[in-house]
Design a protein around this ligand. Structure first.
Ligand SMILES: Nc1ncnc2c1ncn2[C@@H]1O[C@H](COP(=O)(O)OP(=O)(O)O)[C@@H](O)[C@H]1O
Ligand SMILES: [Mg+2]
Length: 444
């Protein structure tokens, strides 16, 4: 097992069986996507007439947070505001639920990877995002961010929505090559919690504007402009701007450490783009770009002057599959298996005729032809070929087989068990016959 495979194996969350009753009576939970500081995110589906189905991502709040004073109210208030944002570069909030199942937010399911995942996987294979792709992703995010900042209420008055947690985790890059921001306003509710309870908050300081760290009350859209500046710095340079260091709290470094110019770290970054990043990262917010749209315009202009071609969405989508294809295919496979399991349950076929439950592990499915074609070449700077996906997905299940799933059904296991029983019984009979014969001969 390679180092990368071992790392991924360690990171895989423990997956417990999901409840079979639909969440809120409507959303059938299929597979877990991951867990953040607030709870889990799961893929779910709704079904309709004539085989209609639609996939969603559902964020289910951790149960204990429901007891945190006005936290839930605030969380749901923010989610309601976020639901007012309608833009191609923002993950739409489609529904909000609460009740005995707990509180949850329903969003569009984005098939792809987060920017954090893309950057990490690129690093694993010794490469980094091409500049044109990085700029397309950042520009998409800025478009979405600006739309959110401009959102108005029913009375037409601005709502002054601020994301507050612009970070690579919260930027989802789809296989369609479109990047979408998520988790609007979640940070505000999260800040109400004691940060010690949420260790993930610590990691977020690296993208937080100085005024947020100083707990300024009047945080405005320029805090998000700063967050995008950090994101842009990291995409261009291929390193973390404020990587965690032992004994040096990140928030102190954000407030005091001189910010290295991207071009001084990587001379291949054009001067014009380096300058744009530095302006977005001004500690004094009055010196930053005043809006996300102004930052986007400056990036466009700097790229054009530097001769950097901004990638088209199709090129971004292709790169997502090249870098994070194993994640995408793994998720597709898990969803496929969950849907098949649900179908069998609906047909009452969860048990064989003799009552033995059918064992189906998400990890026993064979890869499709597309997945087979995906191989990794870790020696090449631009990953073009990939190892088959099954090689990179380590099974947490003892039932992992290289044979097709049909071969792992209960029927075949029972047939094997029966053969063993017959063999064992025959052996015992033969041994008894020999013993009787020997006793007879001895007494004779
Ligand atoms: N709408 C979505 N579609 C697909 N995946 C999502 C969606 N929202 C969140 N995720 C994924 O779910 C996981 C957990 O998300 P989240 O709880 O927001 O945690 P964090 O932002 O701290 O990583 C992440 O891997 C994230 O990429
Ligand atoms: Mg998030």
């Amino acid at each position: 097992m390679s180092h990368v495979q071992a790392k991924r194996l360690v990171k895989r969350p423990v997956r417990l069986p999901l409840p079979t009753a639909p969440l809120g009576g409507r959303y059938e939970l299929l597979a877990e996507l991951g867990a953040g500081g607030m709870g889990k995110v799961l893929v779910a589906r709704t079904v309709g007439a004539a085989g209609f189905q639609r996939l969603f991502a559902v964020k289910v709040l951790q149960k204990h947070l429901a007891d945190e004073g006005d936290f839930v109210t605030m969380f749901l208030d923010e989610a309601r505001l976020a639901a007012r944002i309608h833009h191609a570069n923002v993950v739409p909030t489609l529904d909000i639920g609460g009740g005995p199942d707990g509180h949850f937010i329903v969003m569009d399911y984005v098939e792809g990877d987060s920017l954090a995942g893309l950057v990490e996987r690129s690093r694993d294979i010794g490469t980094r995002l091409p500049m044109g792709v990085a700029l397309r992703i950042v520009l998409d995010a800025l478009e979405g961010l600006h739309a959110a900042h401009e959102v108005t209420g029913d009375d037409g008055q601005p709502l002054h929505l601020v994301h507050r947690d612009v970070s690579p985790d919260n930027l989802l890059v789809g296989v369609d090559g479109v990047s979408r921001l998520t988790d609007f306003g979640v940070a505000r509710a999260r800040n109400r919690l004691h940060t010690t309870r949420d260790p993930r908050c610590k990691g977020k300081h690296a993208y937080m504007s100085p005024e947020q760290i100083l707990a300024s009350r009047d945080v405005d859209r320029r805090a998000d402009v700063y967050g995008m500046g950090v994101l842009l710095w990291e995409c261009l340079v291929g390193e973390r701007l404020f990587a965690a260091r032992k004994g040096e709290p990140t928030y102190e470094r954000v407030l005091r450490e001189p910010i290295r110019e991207p071009r001084s770290v990587d001379p291949s970054v054009p001067q014009a783009l380096s300058d744009v990043v530095m302006k977005a990262l001004e500690r004094d917010r009055s010196r930053r770009y005043a809006t996300a749209a102004a930052l986007a315009a400056a990036i466009d202009d700097a790229a054009a002057r530097s001769g950097v071609a901004i990638a088209r969405p199709s090129a971004v989508g292709q790169l997502v599959m090249e870098i994070s294809g194993d994640k995408v295919y793994g998720e597709r496979r898990r969803v496929r298996v969950a849907i098949e399991r649900s179908r069998r349950r609906a047909e009452g076929a969860t048990a064989t005729s003799d009552g033995v439950p059918v064992m189906l592990s998400p990890w026993t499915e064979e890869p499709t032809a597309d997945e087979q074609a995906l191989t990794i070449d870790r020696t090449s700077p631009a990953p073009r070929t990939r190892r088959p996906v099954t090689m990179t997905v380590e099974s947490p299940s003892p039932f992992r087989h290289s044979r097709p799933p049909e071969a792992t059904t209960v029927c075949s296991r029972r047939r094997t068990a029966r053969m063993w029983m017959v063999g064992l019984g025959g052996g015992v009979l033969f041994a008894s016959a020999v013993a009787v014969l020997v006793t007879c001969l001895a007494t004779a």
